[in-house]
Design a binder for this molecule. Structure first.
Ligand SMILES: Nc1ncnc2c1ncn2[C@@H]1O[C@H](COP(=O)(O)OP(=O)(O)OP(=O)(O)O)[C@@H](O)[C@H]1O
Length: 303
């Protein structure tokens, strides 16, 4: 189990994280969300042992994760970290990068393992390509495969699919997260993308104001967001009658006490997002067809 106890950390004098406490069981996928600058990457780096804590403790099972003051080399064998910068070796091939930490004593196993990982990240056809010739998204996939090569017990991922196009992202995400579950690898993913969370994360940790603002299952936080920050992560929302109401939870009806005037309509594929004014505030709702600026319509909350 990952056990974070009363963690405090500041860069020089600026506090970034304070009084963090949480546990993560083996094989559990945890998403870390929060505004830009809320400390998501810093938390992953602390869990990896890249910096010394100001106070508190981090344990993985019985091993305390310690920073550079205590360790000559940062990191532990049971843990891998894929940073936003990837840190690959540009002048050797994709398969050589992935196989870098695999033993040469067992060439057949090394070959099979590399092939399996290339398959997971969908880079089989680039096996022999030098990393410096790859796109940002391809490099990101090599970094993922390399982190998985020795089957860590815990994997820290910072925005793991941010450079990958939508076309490949959906399949890749499914393959990687299913692979982690299959191998019982605990995973912490810092992300802005709700698609990385819904359907994959077992739990979410929300960072705000240097601390954990909310923690829970994706379904529970979605149904009961409790703060604008959490609601915003899941999509367009409104604050009506002291409740957080997602845009799709407002339906047009013949008559109601929510009378609005249409301001704009944005095409979103399967629906239009309508921006309207209600009691001199702006609200948003989804509608199957385009509405015209100036139209007066009535809405009902349907949860
Ligand atoms: N090496 C550093 N030295 C000093 N301050 C830093 C350093 N790295 C980050 N910070 C500051 O610490 C805070 C948290 O940064 P961090 O990168 O952890 O946030 P984040 O939530 O990961 O942001 P993003 O979503 O934009 O990646 C920010 O205010 C940032 O400016």
């Amino acid at each position: 189990m990952l056990n974070v106890k009363n963690l405090h950390f500041a860069y020089q004098k600026t506090p970034v994280l304070r009084a963090l406490n949480f546990n993560i069981q083996p094989g559990i996928n945890t998403a870390i969300i929060g505004e830009s600058g809320s400390g998501k990457s810093t938390l992953l780096k602390l869990l990896y042992g890249e910096y010394d804590l100001d106070s508190g403790h981090i344990f993985w099972k019985d091993t305390e994760i310690l920073g550079p003051k205590h360790n000559l080399i940062v990191g532990y064998d049971f843990m891998k970290y894929v940073a936003q910068e990837f840190n690959l070796m540009p002048f050797i091939s994709v398969e050589e990068n992935i196989g870098k930490h695999l033993s040469n004593f067992f060439p057949n196993e090394k070959k099979d393992r590399t092939a399996e990982l290339l398959e997971v990240v969908q880079l089989t056809e680039f096996a022999k390509t030098k990393v410096k010739l790859l796109s940002g998204g391809q490099k990101q996939r090599v970094a993922l495969a390399r982190a998985l090569a020795q089957t860590p017990e815990i994997l820290l991922l910072d925005e793991p699919f941010s450079h990958i196009d939508n076309f490949q992202k959906q399949t890749l995400r499914r393959r990687v997260f299913n692979y982690l579950k299959e191998k019982n690898i605990a995973c912490l993913v810092a992300t802005h993308d709700q698609e990385d969370v819904l359907g994959f994360a077992d739990q979410i940790i929300v960072l705000n104001n240097q601390t954990i603002a909310a923690q829970g299952k994706p379904e529970d936080l979605y149904k009961n967001p409790e703060s604008a920050l959490v609601a915003a992560f899941f999509g367009e929302f409104n604050q009506i009658k002291n409740q957080f109401i997602y845009a799709h939870q407002l339906k047009m009806v013949n008559k109601s006490d929510i009378k609005v005037m249409v301001k704009n309509a944005y095409f979103k594929g399967s629906f239009f997002l309508i921006e309207a004014s209600f009691n001199s505030k702006t609200i948003v709702f989804e509608h199957a067809s385009k509405l015209t600026k100036g139209d007066i319509v009535y809405l009902e909350i349907s949860k």
